[in-house]
Design a protein. Structure first.
Length: 272
């Protein structure tokens, strides 16, 4: 076994290395699209099956390789059905920007933006003020899933979070007020973003499109959403499709602090 591996490494050419790197890039981009969504486990399972299939074929295990190969071939149809939205987004992303726009190859893979601590006070202060004024608000904060497709539907901003900026965005006469603001890595990355609307029949009929969009994005990803009702001024927090309505600014601060302090601790633990 060691001899075979050594011989394989000795025969590698620069084209083989390029081939491997391209596969890594494609798998990584595909994983980012499903990361933080309900499809990530399915994706991991499919990748595992493909790896086992190629490994058993390489080790000359024809029976196991044949079975896994049949599963892979039959599963191609299921992949296109299950991952139809993800595949569409994947192709749109590759069609609208190049991988190299993010920097060098190593920077692309090893860039680290996880140290940014969410500016909770500015978000809560803005929501509290707009609640008093009954200004409609829809703020989405990313966790693991980067929400690249929803971000691409809005106006790119990439600005530091401040209560004043959020209030200006959602001011009723602002051209950016209609839609969602997406916050990622403690930056306002986009405004006027279009979100998927939940089709859950159990959602109360009293909730409008803003709440349904917040529920929809949190059903499909691990992001969280904050909504301020334009009719009542009440603040709602939505996570994993579940909504907490009529919460106070103090309660919102507590929820966000618990949520993102835990996330920061996990990231720091992973680094160690």
């Amino acid at each position: 076994m060691k001899t075979q591996i050594t011989e394989w490494i000795a025969t590698l050419s620069w084209l083989n290395v390029l081939d491997i790197l391209l596969v890594i890039v494609l798998v990584y981009e595909a994983y980012k699209l499903v990361k933080g969504t309900g499809a990530n486990k399915v994706f991991a399972g499919l990748v595992t099956i493909v790896i086992l299939w190629r490994l058993t074929d390489y080790l000359n295990m024809p029976l196991t390789a044949g079975i896994l190969g049949s599963v892979v071939n039959i599963g191609l149809i299921a992949i296109f059905i299950i991952f139809q939205p993800e595949i569409r987004r994947f192709l749109q992303i590759f069609g609208t920007h190049h991988l190299w726009e993010r920097g060098t190859f190593l920077r692309y893979f090893f860039k680290d933006s996880s140290d940014s601590k969410l500016n909770i006070d500015s978000i809560v202060n803005a929501c509290s003020q707009m609640s008093k004024e009954k200004t409609g608000v829809l703020v989405v904060v990313t966790v693991e899933n980067k929400l690249e497709y929803p971000i691409s539907t809005g106006e790119q901003i990439d600005a530091k979070i401040s209560a004043q900026l959020l209030e200006n965005i959602f001011y009723k006469n602002s051209p950016l007020h209609d839609g969602a603001v997406v916050i990622s890595h403690n930056r306002i990355v986009a405004a006027r973003c279009i979100l998927p609307v939940s089709a859950n029949p159990r959602i109360p009929v009293s909730l409008g499109l803003r709440h349904r969009s917040a529920i929809g994005i949190t059903e499909q990803t691990d992001a969280i959403a904050i909504v301020v009702s334009e009719q009542t001024g009440s603040i709602s927090f939505i996570e994993a499709g579940r909504i907490q309505r009529h919460i106070t600014p103090e309660r919102l601060t507590e929820i966000l602090s618990n949520k993102f302090s835990n996330q920061n601790e996990k990231k720091q633990a992973a680094k160690r």
